[in-house]
Design a protein around this ligand. Structure first.
Ligand SMILES: [Cu+2]
Length: 249
């Protein structure tokens, strides 16, 4: 049987609920897990709100497109062209002001959350350095001495050990090209720039292991710039710093 547009539409309508149901049964995190890091607390609702706003605009726009296509079709015995309108001042004012309001609201909340995420304090508990290089990472723990560094390689991705519930200041640098320090579950991304020192402070709020990646295309083996973030209890973190002192210093 030849495939008609109708049979294709029917297949899509049957598949749609299946896709929606499997999407929901896996987890109800709505995009990102909640409460994993202090950054999630600030950005998750902004991320969700931006998608809801985009959805509302999308549905409204779709209605505006489909409405005339369905209800104002050309009639067989009607005129060749519909009534031609050169301009409509109220409509033009509306579609200038409405997008401006949408952008202004998104801008306001983005700046508000960005100020929370990038805030630097004097009360952080630990310091960790994050250096990107082609093509892996070097994590340093200055509290355990200058030589307390963990260096990865494409074949042996390093582990970034961080303490649970304690604020850490990360110093982010690069020794060659631009890299992107990215922990998806933590909703954190900050670039490693050659010649520039970036800093970000955050708290990891959930025990466990989380994947980390480089998200700036930085060369041939960019895709192998992987690392693991391991969140441990503060006591385990102190013990880890001790092992770094013992083996490297
Ligand atoms: Cu990279």
């Amino acid at each position: 049987m030849p495939r008609t547009p109708f049979s294709r539409l029917r297949a899509m309508l049957i598949l749609l609920p299946v896709l929606l149901l499997t999407g929901c049964s896996k987890s109800m995190d709505w995009g990102f897990p909640e409460g994993v890091s202090s950054v999630n607390d600030a950005s998750l609702s902004l991320w969700q709100g931006a998608w809801i706003a985009a959805g509302v605009v999308g549905v409204f726009t779709l209605i505006l497109i489909l409405w005339p296509a369905v209800f104002h079709r050309g009639k067989k015995d009607g005129p060749e062209f519909p009534k031609q309108t050169q301009y409509n001042v109220p409509v033009e004012i509306a579609y200038t002001i409405i997008p401006f309001i949408i952008v202004a609201v998104l801008f306001f909340y983005t700046i508000e959350r960005q100020n929370i995420i990038t805030e630097k304090t004097d009360t952080y508990a630990h310091e960790i350095t994050v250096e990107g290089f082609q093509w892996s990472w070097q994590f340093g723990y200055p509290e355990a001495g200058e030589k307390a560094v963990v260096t990865g390689s494409p074949t042996q991705p390093p582990t970034l050990v961080v303490p649970l519930g304690e604020r850490v200041r990360y110093t982010i640098t690069s020794n060659d090209v631009v890299h992107g320090f990215w922990i998806p579950a933590f909703m954190i991304q900050m670039q490693n720039l050659p010649g520039v020192t970036n800093e970000i402070e955050f708290t990891a709020n959930k025990l466990g292991e989380f994947p980390g990646r480089c998200n700036i295309l930085c060369g041939r083996n960019h895709s192998q710039m992987l690392f693991t973030v391991k969140v441990v209890t503060p006591a385990e973190y102190d013990a880890y710093l001790e092992t770094l002192k013992g083996s490297k210093a």
